[in-house]
Design a protein around this ligand. Structure first.
Ligand code: UGA
Length: 588
């Protein structure tokens, strides 16, 4: 069957770029979108987000009548042979994947399919955890269409690997095509579409079952994020070795063909709409299957504190940041996008606000989106020059190419006592260091004395009295861990801001007490923001009441009363007295 008519559910990033890609090669594409504003925007050839090249191509395909957008599922399904599902799969507050949009799309596709006589292929492109296509999408479509998968309709999962900023190229020239198929007929049909679309330039294609294809997408993103966190860790080490430079180290290891040079750019961390949510979903999924992914956990942990390296450097050189003007260059989660989702800049700006710095920001594309996040708490500048004027410190947060063109004089002529923090390694260290105070992520310097990066773990029962006072002593306490008499006490500890509390406690319980438990009760969370403001040290007391030491193994699960970790406020001020009181309450 020659496929010429497609429908795509969801006019988001993946949906619209895929739709425009197919339409540009004369396929007839109908997008189904529930947001009326987006429907109008697409039909008026105005992309609802910024992506290089998209506006021109959208205009062309709309004018040529190869692409239209509607809210009517029936119109889309009845006039197409294949439907791609490209709705979002965001995170639930606990990190699990939120399937509400997948479910509603499946239901509506099913209802529309009920009215269709011909065979139809449904292809999931959204990122979904293994078995979702079979257990959720298939089941809902069958239920609402009253038709049978494999005979009346086909089903595939065909993950996308589009990269924001070059998404159209990703549609037109992908590295590979992954087809997870419910049955051979479904896979054959989808492959025939791609053979027709790419002609003899069809990329390497893997056909497999649904589960493998679903997992390939997650494993792919987790590996890429791990590569970045890995080099960021090496950068943090370089920072402490005079004259070491992560850029050179990355180049050296990247030439090993087994490693490769890409995704080894050290910086202030990764963000965006995909890595953070996908890694969390993968972790939750793997836990639900009874296995841990320690490398993915560490990938996230490294990334959570990486943005604060910029603040640490600024504070090191400027002393207090209170009332100092700090210029932030770049806000988007990466260049060539206006996307602020999970952008590193958010953590940096919020932290600077807490320290009462005066913040001015500039970004070539993301200012409007940034305004929705920071409101009038910061100054938005239309030019680089306005942003850095009179600033005492400038931080490169996103590596937009226009920043790379700046010369040392551009900073020295405008800034007050200029300090430049290159968070994305875009400048030549020799050239800049000789002209101004230049520090950079992963560039070892004798002028900067960094505090140790610490995450220490303690037994809260013993730590109550000494907590926060002496970090070395706390480390000793951990080694001498001993549960209280008559009280089964699990270790708690210091968790760096943003760390995965639940996971850490579970691991500690295992290591310290040999117990497999879910956190049962968190007595308190306290953040010592005064002494180590940038670290947001959180102390957690964690205990189960009146469980005799001897019998703790049998009774721990039943006695557990679960405290929702997501409800822990992240910015609590440290209150030593309250902490002791809370702790004593459970000792009673
Ligand atoms: C990512 C994947 O690269 C795509 O293959 C995947 O399709 C997409 O997620 C998705 O799941 O839909 P994207 O989020 O557009 O694409 O962004 P990337 O270009 O991968 O960058 C992610 C983050 O890593 C950015 O914050 C970037 O600044 C950072 N990064 C990347 C580094 O800090 N260093 C590097 O060397 C590379």
């Amino acid at each position: 069957m020659l496929i010429r008519n497609l429908s795509i559910v969801g006019a988001g990033y993946v949906g619209l770029c895929t739709a425009v890609g197919f339409a540009s090669k004369n396929y007839k594409v109908i997008i189904v979108e529930s947001n009326v504003q987006k429907v109008n925007s697409v039909n008026n050839a105005v992309p609802p987000f910024y992506e290089p090249g998209l506006e021109e191509l959208l205009k062309k395909v709309v004018e040529e009548k190869n692409l239209k957008c509607t809210s009517d599922y029936e119109e889309a399904i009845l006039n197409s042979q294949i439907t791609f599902i490209t709705v979002g799969t965001p995170s639930l507050p606990d990190g699990n994947i939120d399937l509400q949009y997948i479910k509603s799309a499946s239901r509506k596709i099913g209802e529309a399919l009920a009215k269709k006589k011909e065979y139809h292929l449904v292809v999931v492109k959204s990122t979904v955890t293994p078995s979702t296509t079979n257990d959720v999408v298939k089941v809902l479509i069958e239920k609402h269409s009253k038709k049978k998968c494999g005979s009346h309709f086909g089903l595939c999962i065909n993950p996308e690997f589009l990269v924001e900023g070059s998404a159209l190229n990703g549609v037109l020239n992908p590295d590979r095509i992954i087809i997870g198929e419910y049955d051979k007929k479904s896979g054959d049909l989808l492959e025939s579409l791609y053979k027709d679309f790419y002609g003899k330039n069809i990329p390497p294609t893997i056909r497999t079952n649904l589960q493998n294809a679903e997992l390939i997408k997650y494993a792919n993103n987790a590996f890429l994020a791990m590569k970045v966190s890995y080099i960021n860790q090496i950068a943090n080490l370089c920072q402490r070795i005079p004259d070491a430079d992560v850029e050179v180290v990355a180049k050296g290891i990247g030439l090993d063909k087994r490693i490769g040079p890409l995704f080894l750019k050290a910086g202030l961390g990764w963000g965006g709409s995909c890595f953070p949510k996908d890694l969390q979903a993968l972790l939750k999924f793997s836990r639900s299957k009874g296995t841990a992914l320690p490398l993915t956990e560490a990938t996230i942990r490294v990334n959570e504190i990486q943005p604060f390296k910029a603040i640490n450097l600024a504070e090191n050189l400027l002393g207090t940041l209170k009332a100092k003007k700090v210029a932030i260059l770049g806000l988007a989660f990466k260049p060539e996008t206006d996307d602020m989702r999970e952008a590193v800049s958010i953590k940096i700006v919020e932290e600077l606000l807490r320290r009462k710095a005066k913040i001015s920001v500039y970004d070539p594309a993301a200012l409007e989106n940034a305004r929705k996040i920071f409101g009038n708490k910061i100054k938005y500048c239309k030019t680089i020059s306005e942003c850095i004027s009179d600033a005492e410190c400038a931080i490169i947060v996103t590596e937009w190419s226009e920043f790379g063109k700046l010369k040392p004089e551009d900073f020295t002529s405008k800034m007050k006592n200029p300090i430049l923090i290159d968070g994305r390694r875009i400048y030549n260290p020799q050239k800049f260091s000789s002209a101004l105070k230049y520090v950079a992520v992963g560039l070892g310097s004798e002028n900067v004395e960094l505090e140790p990066d610490e995450t220490v773990w303690i037994n809260p029962a013993l730590a109550v009295n000494i907590i926060i006072e002496d970090r070395k002593r706390i480390l000793l306490v951990k080694r001498k861990f001993e549960p209280f008499k008559g009280l089964w006490s699990l270790p708690g500890g210091y968790v760096e801001y943003g760390e995965n509390v639940e996971e850490t406690l579970k691991r500690e319980a295992k290591e310290e007490c040999g117990l497999d438990v879910k956190p049962s009760k968190i007595v308190g969370v306290y953040s010592n923001t005064k002494r180590h403001p940038w670290k947001h040290v959180i102390a957690i007391c964690y205990a189960a009441k009146k469980v005799r030491r001897q019998s703790r193994a049998e009774s721990r699960e039943e006695k557990a009363c679960f405290f929702n970790i997501n409800q822990i406020p992240k910015k609590l001020a440290f209150d030593h007295a309250k902490m002791i009181k809370d702790y004593l309450k459970i000792l009673k």
